[in-house]
Design a protein around this ligand. Structure first.
Ligand code: HEC
Length: 580
């Protein structure tokens, strides 16, 4: 083990910092257009308002942008309007920066290949489109839906069960997808449907099953991600893009923290948090900091890191999935670290960047002895958990994109040692990815079918086992997971918290249940996106949400309704309803 000298409090900002890091350190209050880095704010458009430039920009727009953003920037389907809304209220320099950078994962190409002059001409043209709606305040600042948010009507027919979408997600609704339900690849086109984030509309609130209530534990956070409960009951939250770990203690009568503080700053992109050794008396807090595992000295009750970080081990990193969840085996002998793929579906045989990625790696707690514990898991970096009853490792996985709306299901599964889960050549058992036709026939029969298949493109993130006693007994030992929702589905799904019942057996039956919903406004707009999830010592559930930058608390408040709620769920499950 190498003991690192990097002081934990050294603000990375003083060193050479990539723009992107600086940008993401901003709080929600002073958020820039798509997190544009501060220097771009000051860039002036040399052609602003010049008629010749506007005319040139108009032609460039028609050639390059109109197919997606519509005539005169009015927006089409799910692609945002540019003639109103944030593009009009953002400074020229930030729009220029965004066009240059793009948002490739959300379907907006990068236009850095167009000469600078042409990009400025496009900005001049876009700004000439300003109409009466254009000057509304940004939704995120006001905390309510802006008047300029044009509701998007979804004319798509209801989804065919077992698939669903946001229109039919409903707390308590049980679902089950099996390997036999998978459509062929490319039955539908690969959608580009990234959500536009808006403030929480008036009256919108997370919805939970009857008997449960939802409170806002805290808000105003900076891109909150994983949340984990320490052995003493304190909550630790990774604000990954800010390089920060926050700590919260206690829950007041009205569901707020009794204490909130910052445990550590100056990290790169912290995500996974694990306490070591397992048990009630940890000595260390381990953190998956994207390119390495580090640890802080930690004892119950610490609200600030009491010493510098120690470097434990470097991890594969670079492009692609950056979250690194960390867990220890119950006996403390081994450490698991999930490292997601560098790409959607590149072949590791020919892509050196994919080495030791799309894997769950195993180490000794001092970072030595690395081996691949399980492989072909596209990205479990956002959610590892140990089943406290069985000691088994479980994971929550984001599967691949680009094959159509209903492929490939995300999943939650227990992890077999040396198990192969298919990526990138196969998926969900013996389905071959058409992009890798004919490759690795010898692996065909080795591909494990995960325990619980989720809606494709749900973007399943953190998961946790419910060990509290507040929820009705039937919830004991069940899994809860946060579904962040993604862009690759024509009608969005996810944006919810789900429950995976283990039926007091420790085994999943393939079923899962919508548990907390209500974060989607329409097919173009969402206001909340669950990321992290953890069980508080009082038995309530805390859910972090990087859409509204909040933590929600779900508690069971009505002991009378549990029976009827559960009866209703099962009735729903057996009824084939067109509204599914
Ligand atoms: C293939 C479709 C596509 C093309 C072509 C395209 N865009 Fe986009 N654009 C998108 C999508 C999807 C988003 C939403 C991205 C997101 O949510 O992060 C977007 C977002 C934007 C935004 C931010 C809007 C907002 O309200 O947040 C701007 C500005 C923008 N595009 C400008 C352009 C310009 C200028 C061009 C042409 C040079 C262009 N786009 C071409 C798909 C496209």
């Amino acid at each position: 083990m190498k003991v690192g000298a990097r002081p934990y409090f050294l603000a990375v900002a003083v060193c050479a910092v990539p723009w992107i890091l600086l940008a993401s350190r901003l709080t929600a209050q002073d958020a820039h257009f798509h997190n544009a880095p501060p220097p771009s704010y000051q860039l002036k458009n040399p052609y602003a308002g010049q008629p010749a430039a506007v005319a040139a920009g108009s032609r460039l727009y028609a050639m390059n942008c109109g197919s997606c953003h519509g005539i005169a920037g009015r927006g089409t389907g799910n692609i945002p309007s540019l003639s109103q809304g944030p593009t009009q209220s953002a400074p020229d320099g930030e729009v220029f920066w965004f066009i240059t950078t793009g948002s490739v994962n959300n379907g907006m190409p990068s236009w850095g290949s167009l000469p600078e002059q042409k990009r400025w001409q496009i900005v001049a043209y876009l700004k000439s489109l300003k109409n009466s709606y254009g000057t509304q305040k940004s939704a995120q600042k006001t905390g309510s839906a802006p008047a300029s948010m044009k509701p998007i009507k979804t004319n798509a027919p209801p989804p065919q069960p077992p698939y669903t979408d946001f229109r039919f997600e409903q707390p308590g609704k049980v679902r089950k997808i099996t390997a036999q339900d998978l459509p062929a690849p490319y039955v539908t086109e690969s959608a580009s449907n990234g959500p536009q984030l808006v403030g929480r509309p008036q009256g919108a609130w997370p919805q939970a099953p009857a008997g449960f209530s939802v409170q806002q534990y805290t808000t105003g956070l900076d891109n909150p991600r994983l949340i984990r409960t320490a052995p003493n009951g304190d909550f630790f939250l990774a604000e990954s893009s800010a390089g920060k770990i926050r700590v919260f203690r206690g829950i007041t009568g009205d569901g707020k923290p009794e204490h909130a503080g910052v445990f550590a700053t100056g990290l790169k992109q912290p995500y996974g948090i694990a306490f070591y050794p397992p048990g009630d008396n940890p000595q260390w807090m381990y953190v998956g900091d994207t390119d390495s595992v580090i640890r802080f000295p930690y004892q119950n009750g610490d609200l600030k890191a009491s010493g510098p970080t120690q470097h434990i081990v470097d991890l594969p990193h670079g492009a692609g999935h950056w979250t690194r969840d960390v867990q220890f085996t119950s006996d403390g002998k081994k450490m698991f670290v999930a490292v997601g793929s560098a790409s959607n579906v590149d072949d590791p045989d020919t892509t050196p960047d994919e080495k030791n990625r799309a894997d769950i790696l195993e180490f000794n707690p001092d970072g030595s002895g690395m081996r691949v514990y399980a492989y072909g898991i596209r990205n479990a970096g956002a959610g590892l958990a140990i089943n406290p009853k069985t000691g088994e490792l479980w994971c929550s996985v984001n599967e691949r994109d680009g094959l159509g709306d209903n492929l490939v299901p995300d999943y939650i599964t227990h992890v077999e040692e040396s198990g192969f889960y298919g990526w990138p050549w196969w998926y969900i058992g013996s389905h071959q990815d058409p992009r890798h036709e004919g490759k690795h026939p010898e692996l065909r029969d080795k591909v494990l079918v995960p325990d619980v298949l989720l809606q494709p493109h749900n973007a399943s993130l953190e998961m946790t086992f419910y060990g509290g006693t507040q929820f009705p007994a039937e919830y004991q030992g069940d899994i809860f997971a946060s579904e962040h929702g993604s862009w690759n589905r024509s009608v969005r799904a996810g944006y919810e918290v789900i429950r995976v019942p283990l039926h007091q057996t420790g085994r999943a039956s393939g079923e899962y249940e919508d548990f907390v919903t209500g974060f989607v406004v329409d097919n173009g707009h969402v206001w909340g996106r669950p990321v992290g999830i953890s069980v508080a010592h009082d038995g309530s559930l805390l859910v972090s949400d990087d859409g509204s930058n909040s933590i929600w608390r779900i508690s069971y408040t009505d002991s009378d309704t549990s029976k009827s709620a559960s009866a209703r769920n099962h009735a729903n499950h057996s009824t084939k309803s067109v509204s599914e």
